[in-house]
Design a binder for this molecule. Sequence first.
Ligand code: SAM
Length: 219
Amino acid sequence: MTNDNRENRKHTQRRKELVEGIRQKGIRDSAVLMAIEATPRHLFVDTALEKRAYEDTALPIGSGQTISQPYTVAAQTELLEVKKRAKILEIGTGSGYQAAILCYLGADVYSVERHDKLYQAAKQILNELGYRPTLKLGDGTLGWGAYAPYDGIVVTAGAPVVPEDLIQQLNIGGRLVVPVGSQKSQTMIRITRVSEDGYEEERLQNFKFVPLIGEKGWD
Ligand code: SAM
């Protein structure tokens, strides 16, 4: 069965309703809303969860991890202010859904995941959808120095502190979007590199993410 066959009018309608809900929760960036409307989230979860794929909620994806709530994906993407051809690093590929949204927006996407099973599954579905992000299995708390600097870095797991390597890997004008706090609740932080050694920090809403585990994250 091809992905096209697995997409039907019901999915399209549910995505429209999902986007309307996200808009009402405050997401204004029309490109981000279009990306959510165009991206078949049901293909990023197990078929047993397909019916729930367009609820605005996080869902399990195996290895004790989750695909983020669509509102959260939209909020983080909006904060990145993605331009076409922008070089974006994602920490926590998970299902690959956030990477697909970034690819849809025309970014050059780099993404790191620490679980092999998730890395393999994300690679497969992203390829099937015709996207070619550069993926790596490893510890994203160290960033990905080989391709730095980035115009945007998004961390999709909750960090105890802002990982210093990620700040270093930002382009001037680049933005780091990272949830920071305890394992129970994190504040979304956006750091913009305004000059070689100048940064501006904004503290935004609270969220609840799975933990960022690694050398510069949780044990
Ligand atoms: N962006 C994902 C998506 O669209 O499905 C969300 C995935 S989930 C909320 C967070 C992911 O971060 C998990 O898959 C987890 O394994 C991964 N993760 C946690 N710590 C990591 C690290 N140090 N490096 C890379 N990935 C990490």
